[in-house]
Design a protein around this ligand. Structure first.
Ligand code: RIB
Ligand code: CA
Length: 313
């Protein structure tokens, strides 16, 4: 497998942390150029600290972490600590990591990494509000066409919203940023709730992860168990969807997913439907697609991939 140069933009966050553990456990597949963090599930300083904690637990402190936007482009921040715990990492022990964040901001780092490398050579996974990518696109619009594969967790069509009736959290948290991204020409593959709700952390799957005797295995088991408890308490789900790791799984094993060309627009004006993703499959010309919308996900395959990678030493 050729190693893909990869930037991971995230708001850890329990499921972002699982996505990071999966990526860090895949050095054969990824040359992780950087982790960039953004305020989202918890505040920006906490998401940056949390990314550094996961990086240290995974033994990958050579990967720089850049601190990103503390607030959305226009609307006020909305956190999701009720799902992720006050720290953002569920019940994982919180400590000040040894390695600091890298100097400079996330958006500038994204521009520099993409523009200094060959066109199409840098992949990007986005698992939080899209503020950093939008700021990078404002700084240098050429980033959109120079990026390689872009995969984002966000949006909802058939499944309805998870933060409001019509919007998924990542898009709702910064709809103006998402609008910039989807209009930019970066042609993302988008894993919305339609896809991630097909990848559930069932008790059996969590038990299999809990049996992995590695630091990442034990950490991910703890994160998934926390997620199951909070989602059961908050929304009555005994098998919570595993959202953000699906982006890394798609990069590692795209055959586990099916997608279709769509035009994707974001509601940015209506208070009632703010952050709603209008996903249009009816395209007179598929070449006019602005995104690939993932319609199917193989949950067993994603968890088998996660378990395999977490078990690696
Ligand atoms: O709607 C799910 C998304 O919102 C995930 O990225 C999760 O981390 C939260 O940020
Ligand atoms: Ca996230």
């Amino acid at each position: 497998m050729t190693r893909a140069a990869l930037i991971i933009d995230c708001d850890p966050g329990v499921d972002d942390a699982v996505a990071l553990f999966l990526a860090f456990a895949s050095p054969d597949a990824f040359d992780i150029l950087a982790v960039t963090t953004v305020g989202g599930n918890v505040d920006a300083m906490s998401t940056a600290r949390n990314a550094r904690i996961v990086r240290q637990m995974a033994g990958r402190e050579e990967v720089p972490v850049f601190v990103g936007a503390a607030a959305p482009l226009v609307r006020p921040p909305i956190a999701a600590s009720h799902f992720h715990g006050e720290s953002g990492l569920g019940s994982l022990p919180i400590f000040e990591p040894a390695a600091p964040a890298a100097p400079g901001d996330a958006a500038s780092a994204i521009v520099e990494m993409v523009m200094s490398r060959a066109p199409g050579s840098v992949s990007l996974a986005v698992t939080g509000p899209m503020t950093n990518l939008a700021l990078a696109l404002r700084m240098q619009p050429a980033v959109a066409r120079r990026l390689g594969p872009v995969v984002a967790m966000g949006g909802a069509r058939s499944e309805g919203g998870n933060i409001t009736a019509s919007a998924e959290y990542n898009i709702h948290a910064d709809p103006h940023a998402a609008d910039i991204v989807f209009r930019s020409g970066c042609r993302p593959t988008v894993l919305g709730l339609d896809a991630t709700h097909q990848v559930r952390a069932t008790p059996e799957r969590v038990a299999a992860i809990a049996g992995i005797d590695t630091v990442p295995g034990r950490a991910v088991a703890s994160l998934l168990e926390f997620c199951a408890r909070t989602q059961e308490a908050l929304v009555g789900w005994d098998s919570p969807p595993l959202h953000d790791p699906c982006t890394i799984a798609w990069l590692l094993a795209p055959q586990l997913f099916e997608a279709a060309p769509v035009q994707l627009r974001v509601e940015t004006d209506s208070p009632l439907t703010m952050g709603h993703t209008a996903v249009e499959f009816r395209l007179p010309d598929p070449a006019k697609a602005t995104a690939q919308w993932v319609t199917k996900a193989n949950g067993d395959g994603v968890f088998a991939l996660l378990a395999d990678r977490l078990a690696r030493r």
